[in-house]
Design a protein around this ligand. Structure first.
Ligand code: MNH
Length: 180
């Protein structure tokens, strides 16, 4: 998993829960990287799982809710670090429609070792989109947060529902309807 995801995560933990919580989740982790991350590095996905599990124990907030909150936080981080990737879009549904064929293709050029999910579009109209998230990492709540923030980015909101097609969250169908 890319370093930018880790550095954004640590930034979120510090700003939402404080430096002491951040220290605690790194310390009690016995992490391979010893809790040292750079935005240009790449780290084992299991290390992110450990950090989130530690944060959940520390804050008593369920892991899924923390991953969703991180998705909300991460969108701005990605958009600010890579403005060229999203500047081509002027609607949230247009952006979502292009994650698979444009956005993540571009990301793969920036970071050849990026491990990205796939999004299969099932249906799209002017105000809604249905798509299936697939990834061995099962980070569908991260996708949920990112999608919600994409609407906010364009000054809009949406009603987002999802259905686990596989119990472990590696395949999840999203139904997204733009409000208003
Ligand atoms: Mn994208 C990882 C969904 C927009 C760059 N992205 C992920 C993951 C999800 C995801 C979920 C976690 C990996 C996984 O599940 O297997 N991404 C989205 C969604 C949107 C999105 C739903 C839009 C909404 N992503 C973007 C944009 C950028 C970007 C915009 C860049 C400007 N994504 C990334 C990077 C990773 C990632 C970088 C991390 C890959 C890695 O760690 O190897």
């Amino acid at each position: 998993m890319k370093g930018i995801v880790f550095t954004e995560f640590l930034e979120m933990v510090e700003s939402k829960f404080g430096l002491e919580t951040l220290d605690n989740i790194i310390e009690n982790g016995h992490l391979p990287s010893e809790g040292v991350y750079t935005s240009v590095g790449t780290y084992d996905f299991n290390e992110m799982v450990t950090l989130i599990t530690n944060l959940s124990e520390e804050t008593k907030i369920p892991v899924g809710d923390l991953i969703y909150a991180f998705g909300l936080y991460l969108f701005s981080g990605l958009a600010n670090s890579h403005p060229e990737v999203i500047k081509n879009y002027n609607t949230p549904l247009g952006l979502l429609y292009c994650i698979e064929d444009h956005i993540h293709v571009h990301v793969k050029k920036l970071y050849p070792d990026a491990e990205l999910p796939t999004f299969k579009i099932l249906d799209k109209t002017d105000d809604k989109i249905s798509m299936v998230y697939s990834s061995s990492r099962g980070l569908y709540r991260l996708a949920h947060g990112l999608i919600e923030k994409a609407f906010e980015h364009f000054g809009s909101t949406a009603t987002i529902t999802y259905d686990l097609l596989k119990e472990d969250g590696t395949e999840v169908k999203f139904d997204i309807v733009q409000n208003g």
